[in-house]
Design a binder for this molecule. Structure first.
Ligand code: 4AD
Ligand code: MG
Length: 431
């Protein structure tokens, strides 16, 4: 066990001498006293250096320590009501590990492209730190939610010969002497898995060659995808609203401090409890037309459409029963009108757009074969998937939640590239 204390835990050591290991965030000097703002990735702490409490060498460090120099600090924990964290360190000793070269990210504002080019350093700053801690919380809450409801984690492969979400966004790659794609969704594999496990989820990276440059699209993002045997579309929506409410409540409970750093208005998040409003695709189209938007029935909604539709609601909403042409081959036809499929999207409020896509799946062998033919997909490639309708087919449903879109909404950030540690977009592959 390390003998040093993490900065976030110093409140448990009031009036004790402790050792911290971390980095210099900032230095303020004034005569016989200077202040060092210390960070170790868990908290920012003010350290007070008084001339008569330390050796002359340590006192002189005020002129040689630079931003991001790595240090070991030993001192006494004191109460400091003026400090945000409520505690500070009266320094007894500082050991220098390394004096940092001039750090490119100063404490003033920088342009976003510069910060993204320096993502390897920018991760140390307050805002990325807060966002990625919330991401951690959302991942943890997601696993907890499904683990506690009898779901088994069954991971889907990343290399696959099948398209699931249309052929336009496939990343093709060589796979020895065959061609393969990077996965667009784990869903088709999860549909096989539930026949063995009843309820499953997969949680992993997803790859889509999104050629559009928008604030909602990454080429590599993470999706959590539950799939459930014997669930219809209504059961599916109920689970989705319960799940999203749960992760919001977990973030509110465990990450208040981070939401505060992000200046997030939490009153909106506090209202997120089931049930969520449900409207059909046709009703959504009516909202657009009522608001004077020129929208053609049968099209998919764009970002401005989604923003306009959700304006009337202060919770996420479901849009369900979509025209079959707008959705993938695997969605089940509505038995009341086969123009429609039993798809459902969840759209977040405040203009953050679609965070969930899901559906009841086509469980009829002949109808599925017909869809596969119509979409010119290779029957041979999908043979294993078609098998699932040959051997004990059952009604089933599932959905996928986009992790970064959800984090973007929870954190109230405009562009989802900040919701992932190492963003990949049409224009960015590094660092
Ligand atoms: O709506 P999508 O395409 O649904 C599926 O892939 C289903 N097979 C999931 C399932 O039923 N198991 O994607 C699901 C979610 C979207 O609602 C969105 O939140 C996110 O994934 N998403 C993206 N996030 C970031 N960048 C992109 N390019 C995204 N594309 C989809
Ligand atoms: Mg979708």
């Amino acid at each position: 066990m390390a003998k040093h204390t993490l900065a976030k835990n110093i409140d448990k050591h009031l009036n004790e001498t402790i050792t911290l290991k971390g980095w210099v965030y900032n230095i303020r000097k004034s005569g016989k006293i200077w202040f060092l703002i210390f960070r170790d990735g868990t908290e920012f702490i003010q350290c007070v250096i008084l001339k008569n409490e330390v050796s002359p060498e340590v006192f002189k460090l005020k002129t040689t320590l630079t931003q991001e120099s790595s240090i070991t600090v030993t001192g006494v924990v004191q109460e400091a009501p003026s400090q945000k964290f409520g505690y500070e360190i009266l320094v007894k000793n500082i050991e220098v590990i390394q004096i940092a070269e001039e750090y490119p990210i100063s404490l003033k504002e920088h342009g976003i492209e510069f910060l993204l080019d320096n993502r390897h350093l920018w991760l140390r700053s307050k805002l990325p730190n807060a966002i990625l801690k919330i991401r951690h919380e959302v991942s943890k809450a997601s696993r907890k939610f499904f683990d506690e409801r009898d779901f088994t984690l069954i991971d889907s492969p990343m290399f696959t010969p099948n398209a699931s979400e249309g052929t336009t966004t496939l990343f093709k790659t060589k796979y020895f002497d065959q061609e393969a794609y990077l996965t667009q969704s784990g869903q088709l594999y999860s549909e096989a898995a539930i026949m063995g496990f009843n309820k499953t989820y997969c949680f992993g990276p997803i790859f889509r060659a999104e050629k559009s440059k928008t604030r909602r699209h990454l080429t590599e993002f993470w999706m959590i995808e539950p799939e459930m045997a014997f669930y219809d579309i209504n059961d599916n929506m109920e689970l989705a609203e319960e799940y999203v409410s749960y992760i919001i409540q977990q973030v509110l409970e465990n990450r208040r401090k981070e939401l505060e750093i992000l200046k997030r208005d939490v009153t909106i998040l506090e209202k997120i409890k089931p049930p969520f409003p449900r409207i059909t695709y046709d009703e959504a189209v009516k909202i657009l037309q009522k608001n004077g938007r020129n929208f053609k029935w049968g099209d998919d909604f764009g970002a401005p459409d989604e923003t306009l539709i959700t304006k009337e609601f202060d919770k996420p909403i479901f849009i369900h029963r979509w025209p079959a042409e707008t959705k993938p081959f695997y969605m089940k036809r509505d038995k009341n009108d086969d123009k429609y499929v039993l798809g459902m999207d969840m759209i977040a409020p405040e203009g953050h757009g679609e965070i969930i896509g899901g559906s009841q799946r086509e469980d009829d062998l002949d109808l599925l074969l017909e869809r596969i033919k119509k979409e010119n997909l290779s029957e041979k490639m999908y043979n294993w998937y078609i098998d699932l309708r040959r051997y004990g087919s059952v009604p089933h449903s599932g959905f996928g939640l986009g992790l970064e879109r959800t984090i973007g909404w929870i954190c109230g950030i405009k562009h989802i590239r900040e919701a992932i540690p190492w963003p990949r977009t049409i224009v960015r592959l590094s660092p």
